[in-house]
Structures are given as C-alpha cells and as structure tokens.
Design a protein around this ligand. Structure first.
Ligand code: BJW
Length: 229
C-alpha cells in the first residue's frame, strides 16, 4: 500500500489567522523564544509562559481550517494507502478539517502536562502557575508542548513512516528546527519522492525533488487534485 507522509508547519495555518514564528512579524519578534519556548524560560517565569500560551489557545479556538487543511483531509479520504500528517503545529486545525491520521510532534495546545508525575489531561482555556495536577496534586503543570532541548513526540513512528514513504511533502515550514528539518533528507535517502510547498524556498529546499511555491491555500489543493487524478 502506498504511503504518503506530510510534514506541516506554521505556514499552513497562517491563512487561518495564526502567526508563524520566524521572519517579519513572527511570534519570536514579540516573544524571544528563549523566554517562552524553553524549559529554562518556563522555570524563570511561568506566569509569562502561561500568558503566551493562553493567548495562543484563545486565537486557536477562534481559528478555522483553510483550504489547505481541507485538501489534506480529502487526500486521506480519497486515496488508497496511508496518509500520515506529521504536524509541528500545536493547533487542531487538521483534525477540525477531518484528518484522522495526525501526529503532533510538538504537542498540543489543548493538553496539559504534569512535570511531577507525567500525567496529561485536557487543558483549561486559561492555565495558571497555581493549577494542580488532577493525578498527583502537584502545582507543577505546563502546556503539553515540546520546547527547545526537549524530545519531540512520536519519533520512532515518524522514522518508520519516513522509511516506508513513497511520497514525502513538507508544507509551510522553514526547515530551521530539528529534527523536522532533517525529515526530507531522510525520506529522500530512503527512496521517497520529496515535494516542498511553501511561500518561499526553505533552509531544507535542497533536499526536495520538487518545489511548489505559493500560498498553502492555493498550492496544496492543486497538488492534492493532481494526486487524486
Ligand atoms: C507559508 C505561508 C503560507 C508562511 N503558505 N507557506 C544546532 C544545530 C542543529 C540542531 C540544534 C542545534 N542546537 C539545538 C538544536 C536542536 C533544536 C533546534 O532545532 N534548534 C534550532 C533553532 C537550531 N531542536 C530541538 O531542541 C528539538 N528537540 C531535539 O532536537 O531533541 C533532540 C533529538 C535528538 C535526536 C532526534 C530527535 C530529537 C525540539 C524543537 C522544539 C520546537 N518547538 C517549537 C515550539 C512548540 C510549541 C509552540 O508552538 O509554541 O515548535 S519552536 C517553533 O518552531 C515551533 C514550530 O513547530 C517550529 C518550526 O517552525 P515552523 O513551523 O517551520 O514555522 P516558521 O515560522 O519557522 O516557518 C513558517 C514557514 O511557512 C516559512 O517558511 C514561510 O515561508 C511559510 N509560510 N505563510 C505557505 N500562507
């Protein structure tokens, strides 16, 4: 059975109104990543980090999937074989569009994690440094997202999927964050046809056979229509 692995990044959700991280106007211009996306930043100022993620949780709750998310859901429905979406995004727009086979390698904004016992549960709209874990009662809760220096989720499953993929596509990701930045090369070396769909070439562009430049809401539906013949 043919397998398609699709890596998505912040660019696929940009046209749903969610900010990207890098470049002019990106989230890291307003909030230095060392402060809000590292365990050390959280240890220094958990109130700031909760404020950052609470604001993003509210934005995500108001966001709707765009034509790119919907096209990938159509692909999974209509194509024989497996379509696996590996997303770096912590929003749930792929699921909202109808995709079922989604792996959130950088975690999910809708989930909370206890640093004391490792329990996970649905995050409230507003998390705070005073929240206690429903499992062990410790006031050591955090958003269940993957920060710099932490191990992304699902790496064994991702590596196995890349090894068996006939097609690997990356959509709306700058190729600056590892290990996701290395997936195209890995898939390429394992024999997949690799396609990059982005507004502009990424840092990993050289690892792709094919480049489709443009807005995700336009190039992704076109690409999916071609795959579905
Ligand atoms: C559009 C568009 C439109 C816009 N249509 N396109 C030195 C060298 C190499 C590696 C390292 C190093 N020092 C440290 C590292 C490792 C580190 C790392 O990569 N650092 C780099 C900064 C160098 N990585 C880690 O620490 C990771 N863990 C790790 O490596 O563990 C060890 C390990 C070892 C072996 C195997 C496996 C693991 C963890 C990384 C965690 C990243 N976390 C964040 C925050 C998550 C929570 C949150 O959302 O707040 O993840 S950071 C942030 O970057 C977020 C994103 O998922 C991630 C990637 O960003 P993305 O999606 O690419 O967004 P942008 O903004 O960068 O790009 C948007 C793109 O869209 C652009 O290209 C635009 O052109 C495009 N675009 N509009 C189409 N409409």
């Amino acid at each position: 059975m043919e397998k398609i692995v699709i890596l998505t990044g912040a660019g696929i959700s940009a046209e749903s109104g969610l900010g990207t991280f890098r470049g002019a106007g990106g989230l890291w211009e307003q909030y230095p990543l060392e402060d809000v996306a590292t365990p050390e930043g959280f240890a220094r100022d958990p109130v700031l980090v909760h404020e950052f993620y609470n604001a993003r949780r509210a934005q995500v709750a108001a966001a709707r999937p765009n034509p790119a998310h919907r096209a990938l859901a159509r692909l999974e429905d209509a194509r024989a074989g497996e379509v696996l979406i590996v997303t770096q995004n912590i929003d749930a727009l792929h699921e909202a569009a109808g995709s079922r086979n989604v792996l959130h390698m950088h975690g999910e904004l809708s989930r909370a994690l206890c640093r004391a016992c490792g329990a996970r549960w649905d995050a409230p709209e507003q998390m705070s440094a005073q929240d206690v874990c429903p499992g062990c009662g410790a006031a050591l809760t955090r958003p269940d997202v993957v920060w710099f220096g932490e191990m992304p989720y699902g790496m064994d499953r991702i590596e196995a999927a890349l090894a068996g993929a006939e097609i690997f596509a990356a959509i709306g990701t700058s190729g600056q964050v590892w290990p996701a930045a290395g997936f195209a090369r890995l898939a390429h070396e394992m024999g997949a046809h690799t396609v990059e769909l982005n507004l502009e070439p990424s840092a990993a562009s050289a690892d792709f056979h094919e480049h489709r430049q443009g807005r995700a809401s336009e190039v992704v539906p076109e690409w999916v229509a071609e795959l579905l013949g």
